[in-house]
Unconditional design. Structure first.
Length: 237
């Protein structure tokens, strides 16, 4: 087989596997994602507007003062909802889908329980939003409460670790996995750049998300880190 033919076969493997994944368990994916998000947001906004006890204001650190307000960061901040759904969309195994669903549900439930027993908020950031009506709208919907741990960060880290499990199975290599981690890092940074969270929220959220991924076996097994047998390029897509 010529080098060109080998490369063509290698490039066709991810496309075939992604297509198979997209066709698999469509109803389960759609219903599961909708149900989890609906239940989560119902509980999240209830606790946001009905804190059970005094609300603790999270402390600012040097990092919080160093990271300025960046209006452009709103786009990556909002992109979380696509990022966290993609691992499930790209799965073709019902067992993996159930693991993912139970894992992200456990992460959200743990965060909600913390908000219930320890309501928190970030310091007032209203001065940053002068002249930015889109941010006032964001704060009107997602107010300063339910701060620690950051479930935005927890969900992003959880999804990133699941991508480490899913992407090699699709025949995708290091560059795609690096892109996933860069996207995750941008989401994490955006939570501080749009002044929705402070460093303590971010660190605790990352710990929660990583713990949830580990418990759901979201980290890749040694066998899944190897390139797929049919022409996958570890440094490729």
């Amino acid at each position: 087989m010529t080098r060109a033919a080998t490369r063509a076969v290698s490039q066709s493997v991810p496309a075939r596997r992604i297509g198979r994944a997209l066709r698999s368990h469509g109803a389960l994916k759609g219903i599961g994602i909708t149900l989890i998000m609906s239940l989560f947001f119902s509980a999240y906004f209830y606790l946001l507007h009905h804190p059970d006890g005094p609300v603790t204001t999270m402390p600012l650190t040097a990092a919080d003062r160093w990271i300025g307000f960046e209006p452009w960061a709103l786009a990556p901040y909002l992109s979380l909802w696509a990022y966290v759904c993609l691992p499930a969309v790209l799965m073709h195994s019902r067992r993996e889908l159930l693991r993912f669903g139970l894992g992200i549900s456990a992460v959200c439930l743990a965060g909600l329980l913390i908000f219930l027993v320890w309501p928190t908020r970030v310091p007032s950031m209203a001065a940053y939003y002068v002249g930015h009506p889109d941010f006032r709208l964001l704060r009107g919907i997602d107010a300063a409460g339910n701060a620690c741990p950051s479930l935005h960060v927890a969900s992003a880290v959880f999804a990133a670790l699941w991508f480490e499990r899913v992407l090699p199975g699709l025949g995708l290599g290091r560059r795609t996995r690096l892109f996933s981690w860069l996207w995750c890092a941008l989401i994490v940074y955006s939570t501080m750049a749009v002044k929705q969270h402070v460093l303590v929220d971010v660190l605790s959220g990352a710990l929660l998300g990583a713990t949830g991924a580990l418990l759901a076996r979201g980290l890749p097994r040694a066998s899944t880190l190897a390139p797929a047998a049919v022409g996958a390029d570890p440094g490729g897509l």
